[in-house]
Design a protein around this ligand. Structure first.
Ligand code: NAD
Ligand code: UGA
Length: 460
């Protein structure tokens, strides 16, 4: 049996950090070193003040406190971590390509390839290399080609072990996963990774497959999840014109055990770093095999999602008498979902951009997102100069100040705390009529109507 004493993980991000923290916590006899080129991120992982960890995930601070310095280490020394490890996880980012062939759809694998080349160059002992990042099906073929042609007599086994955690619930997802998926060719290598998970995951939840099924399953899982959100969002629009209530429809269909009740929450649109990128990647792969109908089918999930974001912004404009020019819109929430500080592809960014095009002014409050991040998100779109973004958008750290003198409030993230605000006080300090556009169906419509708000939600 192949014994793993040292693990390296390249990439200390939303996946590498929490995943390795839990592996280290559950395997105190294995040394786990998480490495990253980003020295600021590594310093934050090493900060004595656990509130300064670079990502916010409920429960993560306790796990880091338990394992860090014992058998969990964060470092910028990528080469020595590679050299010493028996098993190397690659958990780097795989964004959508922004240039060249496949621009806007294909996954950019340059970071993956750089890791493979670095491992090939540095390794002096046999390694198991684990794809943790989400990758196009057949990426392992390219890794094999790089790692099996080094001429240095080092043996590399490649495994695919995609991660299914969701942000905001990363720790509980990792502690109690629905399944762990391991794809590979060498039974010995597969078993070595199975043994690591088996210290806390019941064996019937550890699935092993061939490499390609594992790589593809990850893209398909995200596509199916996102498809459910776009499906219920499509129905939300139909509800609004027919008098049906999307919450009631979701409840009624979700009780059918064949459909299931999860992931049927209508919203302003899904965000996050992965759903869009992974579906676009699936679309690109289907197209590259000449499967146009397959590509069109999945692309519709994205088209529907873009429509939902714009529809939400358009509804604000239309309701505010067809102009938001010079009007103050308060944004409650900027992250792509609650309990995370991640804003990647958050619907809030696109709703804001659309309203700014109409010359609205926006004041944002989010309990976990910094002003710097919000401006970076808007600047990245390149729609207007960064000076203009700073002029039109204010970021405050008090929700009551955000809503003061607002013409309308838009709820973009479903932070629980928003429900407990003093809505009467908020109402009193707004322009009248005071509008609330609830993009998350979070607030109590009856209560807000009674206070005097003009209340709009999704699919009702
Ligand atoms: P991230 O951007 O938060 O982290 C990636 C890290 O890799 C960055 O800190 C970057 O500096 C580092 N990096 C890139 N190239 C490097 C190199 N050559 N050497 C050292 N460090 C390098 O990304 P993430 O959200 O953790 O996602 C990582 C992968 O996991 C992606 O493929 C993503 O699709 C997948 N995934 C993400 C989630 C999620 O919830 N975020 C869930 C499941 C799977
Ligand atoms: C998602 C998947 O749930 C994870 O299994 C996967 O590992 C991860 O992508 C990934 O590969 O990155 P994540 O994006 O972190 O996780 O969060 P989700 O809970 O899936 O939410 C995604 C988006 O959909 C959020 O904007 C959320 O608000 C929205 N959503 C989700 C809805 O609008 N309605 C729902 O019913 C569910």
């Amino acid at each position: 049996m192949r014994k793993i004493n040292k693990i390296a993980c390249i990439g200390a991000g939303y996946v590498g950090g929490p995943t390795m923290a839990v592996i280290a916590q559950r395997n105190p006899n294995i040394d786990v070193t998480v490495v990253d080129l980003n020295a600021i991120r590594i310093a934050a992982w090493n900060d004595a003040d656990l509130t300064k960890l670079p990502i916010y995930e409920p429960g993560l601070d306790q796990i880091v406190a338990e394992a860090r310095g014992r058998n969990l280490f964060f470092s910028t020394d990528v080469e020595s971590a590679i050299d010493q490890a028996d098993m190397i996880f690659i958990s780097v980012n795989t964004p959508t390509k922004t240039y060249g062939k496949g621009k806007g759809q294909a996954a950019d694998l340059k970071f993956i390839e750089l890791c493979a080349r670095q491992i090939a160059r540095v390794a002096t002992t046999d390694k198991i290399v684990v794809e943790k990042s989400t990758l196009p099906v057949r990426t392992a073929e390219a890794l094999k080609s790089i790692l099996h042609n080094t001429g240095n007599n080092v043996k590399f086994d490649i495994l695919s072990n995609p991660e299914f955690l969701a942000e905001g619930t990363a720790v509980s997802d990792l502690q109690n996963p629905d399944r762990v998926l391991i794809g590979g060719e060498s039974q010995e290598a597969i078993q070595a990774l199975v043994n690591i998970y088996a210290t806390w995951v019941p064996s019937e939840r550890i699935i092993t497959t061939n490499l390609w099924s594992s790589e593809l399953s990850k893209l398909v899982a995200n596509a199916f999840l996102a498809q459910r959100v776009s499906s219920i969002n499509a129905i939300s629009e139909l509800c609004e014109v027919t008098g049906a209530d999307v919450n009631e429809v979701a409840h009624a269909i979700g009780m059918d055990s064949r459909i299931g009740s999860k992931f049927l929450k209508a919203s302003v649109g899904f965000g996050g770093s992965c759903f869009q990128k992974d579906i676009l990647n699936l679309v690109y792969i289907a197209k590259s095999y000449g499967l146009q109908e397959v590509a069109d089918y999945w692309e519709q999930v994205i088209i529907m999602n873009d429509h939902q974001k714009i529809r939400f912004a358009d509804n604000i404009i239309k309701t505010l008498y067809n102009t938001v020019n010079g009007k103050n819109i308060a944004f409650l929430g900027w992250s792509f979902k609650k309990d995370t500080n991640d804003t990647r592809e958050s619907a809030a960014i696109y709703v804001a951009d659309h309203l700014l095009d109409e010359q609205a002014t926006i004041t944002v409050y989010d309990p976990k997102v910094t002003a710097e991040q919000i401006y970076a998100d808007l600047d990245y779109l390149g729609t207007r100069t960064s000076e203009e973004n700073r002029k039109l958008v204010k970021v405050v750290n008090d929700p009551y100040i955000a809503c003061q003198d607002a013409h309308a409030i838009a709820v973009l993230t479903e932070w629980d705390a928003f429900k407990t605000y003093n809505w009467k006080l908020i109402y009193e300090n707004m322009y009248k009529p005071a509008f609330v556009f609830d993009g998350r169906n979070l607030l109590d419509k009856k209560q807000l109507n009674e206070i005097g708000f003009q209340f709009y939600s999704i699919g009702q």
